[in-house]
Design a protein around this ligand. Structure first.
Ligand code: GLN
Length: 192
């Protein structure tokens, strides 16, 4: 298998490391490679879009002309800004904010306030108990009928997935910093 990590900015190294760790835990033979140029997406089994800054991410994707190639990848996992990139709708985006418009979810950017309002929280979820880190996080404000909720923090949805012809996984927090569980789930879906 081959998993790409979109490598413009943000938590790239963290995602590479945790994805490799998840492949070891699951004993899956899988290459994990940074990707950002045209021609690097067509043979991927899955793509991970790290957190960072969604406006920057979309501008760099546009500069490299890779939007259409990314849209064709069958399995995509987005964390935080990566989840914003996946969403069909974004609130509090810039007027010209562009996303991949792939996953039937709506997010509100920077919904907990500025960087100084970033926080950490223990959460109990369908994938087990873990520590979740929210860094100037978005809120997942609406989900479509085919979206399954995987994790909540109190009443708020913090992780969800869409299973169909394609597989999409979105988290508003940063699982790559504290758990392998979401990367394991993503790898298993890519392997199906
Ligand atoms: N605030 C960023 C955005 O709206 C997301 C932050 C993150 O990815 N940690 O794009």
């Amino acid at each position: 298998m081959k998993i790409g990590i979109l490598a413009f900015q943000g938590g790239v190294i963290e995602h590479i490391n945790v994805t490799k760790k998840a492949t070891q835990i699951l004993s899956i033979n899988c290459k994990v490679i940074p990707v950002k140029y045209k021609g690097q997406f067509s043979d991927l089994d899955g793509l991970i879009i790290p957190g960072g800054e969604s406006t920057v991410l979309h501008k760099l994707c546009e500069r490299e002309g890779i939007f259409d190639e990314i849209k064709k990848v069958k399995n995509i996992f987005g964390t935080c800004a990566g989840a914003i990139m996946l969403a069909k709708n974004v609130n509090q985006g810039l007027p010209d904010q562009k996303t991949l418009e792939l996953m039937d979810i709506e997010l509100a950017r920077n919904a907990y306030g500025p960087q100084t309002e970033s926080f950490e929280q223990d959460v109990e979820t369908k994938l087990g108990k873990f520590h979740a880190i929210f860094i100037r996080a978005p809120k997942i404000t609406k989900i479509g009928k085919n979206i399954e909720v995987l994790a909540k923090n109190n009443k708020e949805i913090i992780a969800c997935e869409e299973i169909g012809d394609r597989y999409y996984l979105a988290t508003s927090f940063h699982p790559e910093l504290t758990t392998t569980k979401f990367h394991e789930r993503f790898l298993l879906k890519c392997k199906d």
